[in-house]
Design a protein around this ligand. Structure first.
Ligand code: MLT
Length: 413
């Protein structure tokens, strides 16, 4: 069947291709508006060339954005397609600062959850709960509602995330300090202590900003595709993003940064050599896996991982700390990159490999790592939700099924 369809030529991300005249073959799956198969989606947001290790947001290389932009600037770029002017950015920032407060009742919602709850479960539950406060202003077809809830999500998710953190360590929630910018406010919400002046370390602040930028979008991965699928039903941004957070929670997706640190700690605690660990991975002994290595689309070094690795050194140097886990990670990477097993399979470190080491140096507990990924990814999810919503061809998603069950048969007796 696939032979009947012309193949869409490589587009290098160009937006000019009329996709309706072509069907892009992606394995056995084709873009088919009749089914709105979620595994085949057109989008003008992010371009990835996994063979060359290229990643661009709206045409701009990730390396340049990570170096020169702020999180909110990149968020604007993803949402609206262009970099903001200074005035646009200032107005966007100002609006977000005005929406950071959560409804006081949500405090009781947080209190009702067990202290042992994983912060990702708290994050997705509280995000879904936001919907209950804004039911009357959440019509996906009303542009004002869409704008307002985009701002609300950007303003409130970091606060929810910080509350999830504080809850998990039994500390009091702090109110947002709207005199601060996005990242500094978030750091203060997490690490500020009541009635003490909290100095934000600029190195930490810039490093976190950079990590968040690197996570802002990554085209059709499991969580983004989930946001689009849920959004295609007409569900509002809060419900759709909450679903995306749940998809991100899994160890094969956003949960991998947490799994990497656990793996490194296990190697350290076991006293086993890195070489022996690598052998066990290759022999698939006890199901042991090299977490944070390999990626479905990258057959080259993940460009984000390269930048994260640089940041890891910078942050640890600037904070004047050393971490044996970073040394272990580097040794592991070097051994793997020199080993034929990994070379033949084109397995390279991915974005999750070094992020945990930085988050740990900043003072975040391991269970917060995936939450930080979610804050990073939020602008991408919102941009995809809006892109899908504004496409007149969007229909409710309905994955195509191949029935492999029993043939028709008569009920016995
Ligand atoms: C991501 O950034 O979402 C991950 O690399 C997973 C993916 O893209 O499939």
């Amino acid at each position: 069947r696939t032979a009947e369809f012309p193949v869409l030529p490589a587009t290098d991300g160009a937006a000019s291709v009329d996709i309706s005249t072509f069907t892009r073959q992606t394995g056995h799956t084709t873009l088919d508006y009749g089914f709105v198969n979620t595994s085949a989606t057109k989008s003008a947001i992010t371009f990835i060339d996994g063979d060359k290790g290229i990643l661009r947001y709206r045409g701009y290389p990730i390396e340049q954005l990570a170096k020169n932009s702020t999180y909110l600037e990149v968020a604007w770029l993803l949402l609206y397609g262009e970099l903001p002017t200074a005035d646009e950015l200032a107005a966007f920032d100002e609006r977000i600062r005005h929406h950071t407060l959560l409804h006081e009742d949500l405090k009781r919602f947080f209190s009702s959850l067990p202290t042992t709850a994983h912060p990702m479960s708290v994050l997705s539950s509280a995000t879904a709960a936001l919907s209950t406060y804004y039911e009357d202003e959440s019509d996906p077809n009303n542009p004002e509602h869409v704008e307002l809830n985009t701002i609300r999500m950007l303003a409130k998710l970091p606060v929810i995330a910080a509350y999830a953190h504080k809850k998990s360590i039994g500390q009091a929630f702090l109110y947002p300090d709207n005199s601060l910018g996005f990242v500094d406010n978030f750091l203060k919400l997490n690490f500020g202590v009541l009635s003490e002046i909290y100095d934000i370390d600029p190195v930490m602040s810039r490093a976190l900003e950079r990590l968040l930028i690197l996570h802002e979008d990554h085209e059709q991965n499991a969580s983004t595709s989930t946001v689009r699928l849920v959004g295609s039903t007409g569900a509002n941004q809060f419900s759709s993003i909450s679903a995306g957070i749940n998809a991100l929670y899994g160890p094969l997706h956003g949960g991998a940064n947490e799994a990497v640190l656990e793996m490194l700690a296990q190697i350290r605690d076991s006293g086993e050599s890195v070489q022996r660990f690598v052998e066990r991975v290759k022999n698939k002994e006890d199901g042991v896996k090299l977490m944070g290595f390999g990626h479905r689309v990258y057959k080259n070094y993940d460009p984000r991982a390269r930048l994260v690795k640089e940041s890891a050194d910078e942050v640890l140097d600037a904070l004047g700390v050393s971490d044996p886990l970073l040394d272990l990670a580097k040794e592991l990477e070097q051994l793997a990159l020199e080993d034929d097993y990994f070379k033949e399979r084109r397995l390279y470190p991915n974005v999750d490999f070094y992020t945990g080491v930085i988050y740990k140096a900043m003072g975040f507990p391991t269970r917060m790592f995936t939450v930080l990924f979610a804050i990073g990814r939020l602008p991408g999810w919102l941009a995809h939700w809006r892109e899908m919503q504004s496409d007149p061809q969007t229909k409710i998603g309905r994955p195509q099924q191949l029935y492999v069950g029993a043939p028709a048969r008569d009920y016995p007796g």
